[in-house]
Structure formats: C-alpha cells, structure tokens
Design a protein around this ligand. Structure first.
Ligand code: FAD
Length: 625
C-alpha cells in the first residue's frame, strides 16, 4: 500500500484502440495529467475489422462524440473515401451518416492527433497487473515490472483479453490478426472476482483488388453531396471512390454447407455467443436457407492499397474452403486471398458490474470502456471511451461524475442498456434502442451536447466559437421566420396544403409542410433569402419534429420523475416482501442507481416498482424521523 500523495499521474488509459483514443483525449482535455499505455504505438487507431465508420445508430454516436469535441468524427472526415447518408429518403431522425475509410490515413491521423494533445503522454507497454490501495485501483504494473501510479485507470483492451483466433480446426492465442493476446491481465481481473464471460466475433478474408473483375460488377457510388461526421468539417479531405456489389449464389452456399463441420463456429469449437446482427456467411446460409443469394459489398481499404474488404462474408471456415467458396462469386472467379477470414473469442466483463460512470463498483478507480464491456463496433467503443475517460478525469481531479441520461443522447441509451441489462450477445447500437429518437437526431447532436461539453471545459475554443456562431444564426433565423405568417388561403394559393381552419401559420410552421423549404418562403418574403442553407435546413428539421417533440418532452418529464429517484447502493432487495426471488437476484446483481434503471431490468413489473418506491419512501421517512 502507498500514500495518495505518491501518484505519478491523474489518469492512465490502457489500450490505444477506439475506446482508448477517445478516453485519453477527453481526459487530457478535461485537464487531467493523462498517460496512454498501449501494446504497440503503431497500433493506435487500427481498425480491426471493416474499414468503415458510422451507419444507423452508430453515426449518431459519432456525432455525439464529436459534439463533445471527441476525435473520431474529425479523423473519419479526414480519412473518408466514400460518404453515404443511410436512410436518406426517410426522416432525419433515422438517417445515419456512414463513411468508407482509408485505414492508413485514419491510423496516421489518429496517431498525429493524440500526440499533439497537451497533458497526454503515450508509451508502449503491456499492462499486466494493477496497483491496489485496499479495494481501490491506484495504478498499473507493466509486464517488465515497472509501476505507474494514478488516481484513475481506464481499461480498454478490446478483444485482447485471452483472445483466441480460430480458423477451421486451428486455434491461436491472439488479440486480433498479428497481435498477441493479453493473458496475465485477464487472469488478474478474474482474481479480482469480476463477473466475466466469453463472446466471439468474426471477419471476412481480405482480397487482392487487382484480381477482381470490377468491370462486370455493379458500382456503388458515394453521395453527390457528402454529409460529414464532424460539425467542424465541411467537405471530404481526399479523393472519393466507388465500391463494388456482388452476390453469393447456390454454388457458394453448397460449398459452405458441405464444409460446415469444418467451420470453427459450426464445428462445436465455440461456446460463446457472436453478434446476431453481423452474422458469418455460415450463419446466413444455415439461418436463411430460403435465400439463394446474399449481397457482398467489395470495399477498397484505401486509396493506395489493393486490399479489398468483402463486407458480408465473415467466416471461420478453413483457408482452403474460403478460397473455394469465394471464387464461386461473380467477379471473384480468379481472386487472390491476402489474409483468410477468422473468428475470435475473447473475455468480457459483465457491464452490470459498472456504475453509469463506467467505474467498476467492486474496484473503485478502475473504469472500463469498449469491447471489454461486451459491445461490438468502433463507434460504441469510442462513445464509451469518452464517458469513461471523462469520468476518470473528473474523479481524479475531485469533480462530480458526469452522467448521460437516455433521454438526451444515444450515448446515454447505450450506457444505461449496458449497466442495467447487461449483454447476452455483442451489443451494437440501433436507432430502435432509443425511445426518444425523434429528438435524439444526428443533426442536432451539437445542440444537445456541446453546451454540456463547454460547461465541463472539454470543448476547444474553435468549436466553442463555431457553436456560438451557429446558435446565433439559428436564433436570428427563427426570430425572422416567426415574424412572418400566412393565412390558410394565402398558403393554398402558393400550393401549400394546409387545412382551411382560419389559423395563420408562421414561417417556422410552414417549413414543416410538404414541399416547403426556404427557397419557397424566400419567393414570398425576399428579405429571407440571405438565411444560409445550413441554418435554413436545421430550422426546417427542428420544425418538422416540433409537434412530436412537445409530446415527447412531456413524456420525458414524466419519465424523469422516476428516472431520477436515486436508489441507495446498500438497499436490501431480499427484505422487500412481495418481490420474486428471481427479481431480487437481478436487482442485487445490477444494483440500479435510479428507479428508472430498475424499471428497465428484465422481468420488472409496475407492482414491483411500486414496492421498491414504497421501500425508499419508508427509509426516507425513518431517516427524517
Ligand atoms: P480495440 O480497438 O481492439 O483496441 C484494444 C487496444 O488495447 C489495442 O490498441 C491493444 O494494443 C491494447 N491492449 C490490449 N491489451 C493490452 C495490455 N495488456 N496493455 C496495453 N495495451 C493493451 N465491429 C463491428 O462493428 N462489426 C464487425 O463486424 C466487427 N468484427 C470484428 C472482427 C474481429 C476479428 C475483430 C477483432 C473485431 C471486430 N469488430 C467488429 C469490433 C471492433 O474492432 C471493435 O469493437 C473495436 O475495435 C473495439 O474497440 P476497443 O477500443 O474496445 O478495442
């Protein structure tokens, strides 16, 4: 044991993946003396699987990370080689920005970004153990025996904890292809009594683009007007490319079916669960026998790289079977495989053991973020890294921890899902997970979160200024539009379909009607023509959802009343008569911090909630008496 004064640092972040990069950056931005320790310096910013960022739900997370001045969105914009807004034809609430990424540019730009942050040191090393101060984690021990003491430690080791790569019948310990697994730390974590389990995921073979017959394939182009991730970016930074589209077929499926027993996933070698929404090609063939083709996107991994990522055929079949089935696919008849696909199994920690600050309940001072918490995906990892790094810094500098309510952000939805429900399969974000998705849009992430970032002091001056300027333009645009109005008759004459109820509609209200945009209004009121496109578009999106949002705001207020009712850590659920044994056990293990979190535990019922509430009220009355 050692004395608190002997700390070398405020925060140590272990792992330089997507969670680690964001955790280290925000911790330093929050003013904490931070050190990032990672296995390989050149591994910082590596994308282990698909060369793409964003998508439905995931794009929302990137925008939210960006709104808090995180790094992922800006680096993705610098390295994006094809931008597409998914669900472009649907409403803005469910549109998700996505970009195909040049792996090398992403990695280099991330390494440059992190090394330019003041307050942040980066060193290469393997963390093998923790320094303990009683139950509290107070630093790390590296594999070479050196010790680093810090007030908080953020662990973001991804798929490395006892990682095991499987291809066919072979199994090799590894954190991912080309990286060694982390074994000693995993054993140490087990000895801390943490609830741990195994999960798995997989990746497809990498192809040599020079051996693909691109000429016969369908082309997928990026958007003509690319939508960026960061609120600070304006346009792509590098040349844009197209992807190819092809399909599996009956011959592909027959080879896979014939060799299923040789697949690591289907040969009975795995006990762990994989991502349901990112199935292997073996899974697709077995689960969807009625389908005679599955789509495969051929995604170039970079501008000066011949490697192609065939999105849709992740596999753990032996390498010879992979070559055979891949060559049955149109355009890939003579393809060369550069690296076989594989599956990886790894340890994760049950996230129910975490507080919503992502600090472990049983080991204060230790925060976990990323794949180690049972999630999958770069974006989910980055968003958790931001929460864990921020809270580690807050605690180390003796400030209040920061919580993200699920009513305000996708970040909040994910953290709440993880810590209250835990995971039974790798967790990924979807827009359907957010109850209040009409107000949690990718387009308004800055309006929802940048003020919080400014208050916490984690937003740099450039963003601060850009946000203040945007807010000014929005406020002025809204005031000017609110000052204009049309009667239903006037609106009809202009072709705007409003009900003839005699009620005048303001300029803002008119923007929510079909086929009305600022160009239409500027024809009626030419003095509005100088409102810039970005401001006009944002006011229009806000106005489109204004009525729903008002209803949602009332629901959120009602929800917040329960949501924010704190539940003491030491509440004895067994002593509440009327609660089933199963529910008591779940509550005891999840230790919800609020009544709202308790309500989302599987099997919870309104009467059970009433019993818990009554118990808290009784305890409060007794305390006051
Ligand atoms: P990582 O990005 O893995 O970073 C972990 C970091 O920790 C590394 O830098 C490593 O060097 C460091 N580290 C590990 N141990 C130590 C130690 N003891 N000391 C110091 N440093 C250490 N996501 C999807 O969304 N879809 C997919 O289809 C998909 N498929 C995948 C397939 C494979 C084979 C793999 C490996 C990953 C896949 N992913 C997929 C997941 C995606 O790569 C991860 O979710 C994401 O990278 C997790 O980020 P992270 O920061 O938690 O971990």
């Amino acid at each position: 044991m050692f004395h608190v004064k002997q700390f070398d640092l405020d925060v140590i972040v272990v792992g330089g993946g997507h969670a680690g990069a964001e955790a280290a950056a925000v911790s330093a931005r929050a003013g904490a003396r931070t050190e990032l320790v990672t296995l390989r310096l050149d591994g910082i910013g590596v994308m282990s699987c698909n060369p793409a960022i964003g998508g439905l739900g995931k794009g929302h997370l990137v925008r939210e990370v960006d709104a808090l001045d995180g790094v992922m969105g800006r680096i993705a914009d610098l390295s994006g080689i094809q931008f597409r807004l998914l669900n472009r034809r649907k409403g803005p609430a469910v549109q998700g920005p996505r970009a195909q990424i040049d792996r090398k540019i992403y990695r280099t730009a991330m390494q440059r970004e992190l090394s330019s942050i003041s307050n942040l040191e980066i060193i290469e090393g393997e963390v093998a153990d923790f320094l303990m101060n009683g139950d509290t984690v107070a630093g790390v021990v590296l594999a070479d025996g050196s010790e680093i003491r810090a007030r908080s430690v953020v662990l973001t080791t991804g798929t490395f904890l006892r990682g095991l790569i499987r291809i066919g019948e072979s199994a090799t310990p590894a954190g991912r292809a080309g990286d060694r697994a982390t074994i000693r730390l995993a054993q140490r974590m087990e000895s801390l009594g943490l609830p741990m389990g195994r999960l798995k995921t997989g990746t497809p073979p990498r192809l040599d683009g020079r051996s693909i017959d691109w000429g016969i394939l369908d082309e997928q182009r990026g958007d003509d007007s690319p939508v960026m991730f960061s609120f600070l970016s304006r346009a792509p930074a590098v040349r844009q490319i197209s992807c190819g589209i092809t399909h599996t077929n009956a011959a592909t499926h027959a080879i896979i079916e014939r060799n299923l027993t040789r697949s690591a996933i289907y040969g009975g070698h795995f006990e762990s669960v994989g991502p349901r929404y990112c199935p292997s090609v073996e899974d697709k063939v077995v689960r969807f026998r009625e389908k005679d083709a599955h789509q495969v996107f051929l995604e170039p991994e970079g501008l000066d790289d011949h490697t192609v990522y065939p999105n849709g055929i992740s596999t753990s079949l032996p390498a010879d079977v992979q070559s055979e089935f891949v060559r049955t696919i149109r355009g890939l008849e003579s393809v060369r495989i550069l690296q076989p696909g594989y599956a990886i199994e790894y340890d994760f920690v049950d996230p129910k053991a975490l507080r919503s600050s992502l600090e472990l309940r049983c080991a204060p001072g230790l925060y976990l973020a990323g794949q180690i918490n049972g999630t999958t995906g770069y974006e989910e990892a980055a968003a958790q890294g931001l929460v864990a790094g921020l809270n580690a810094a807050m605690s180390a500098t003796e400030r209040e921890s920061v919580s993200f309510p699920r009513t305000d952000s996708y970040i909040g939805v994910m953290i709440d899902d993880l810590v209250t429900r835990g995971v039974t399969e790798p967790y990924r974000m979807f827009t359907s997970r957010a109850e209040y998705r009409l107000s949690l849009r990718a387009d308004n992430a800055d309006q929802r979160l940048t003020p919080l970032g400014m208050e916490l002091g984690v937003v740099a001056t450039a963003r601060d200024r850009a946000f203040a300027d945007k807010e000014r333009r929005l406020a002025s645009g809204r005031t000017r539009l609110a000052g204009k109005s049309l009667t239903p008759q006037q609106a009809s004459k202009l072709g705007i379909q409003v009900s003839q109820d005699g009620v005048r509609r303001s300029g803002i209200e008119l923007l929510s009607f079909k086929n009305v945009d600022m160009r239409v209004l500027a024809e009626v009121w030419p003095d509005l023509a100088d409102i810039d496109d970005g401001t006009a578009m944002q006011i229009q999106r806000d106005s489109l959802y204004a009525n729903y949002e008002e209803r949602q705001r009332k629901e959120i207020e009602a929800f917040a009343r329960d949501e924010n009712q704190p539940l003491p850590d030491d509440i004895d659920y067994m002593a509440i008569s009327g609660l089933s044994g199963e529910l008591c056990a779940k509550l005891d293990s999840a230790k919800p911090e609020t009544l709202g979190q308790a309500g989302r535990i599987e099997g919870m019922t309104p009467p059970a909630m009433a019993l818990i509430l009554a118990r808290i009220r009784l305890s409060e009355r007794r305390r006051l008496a």
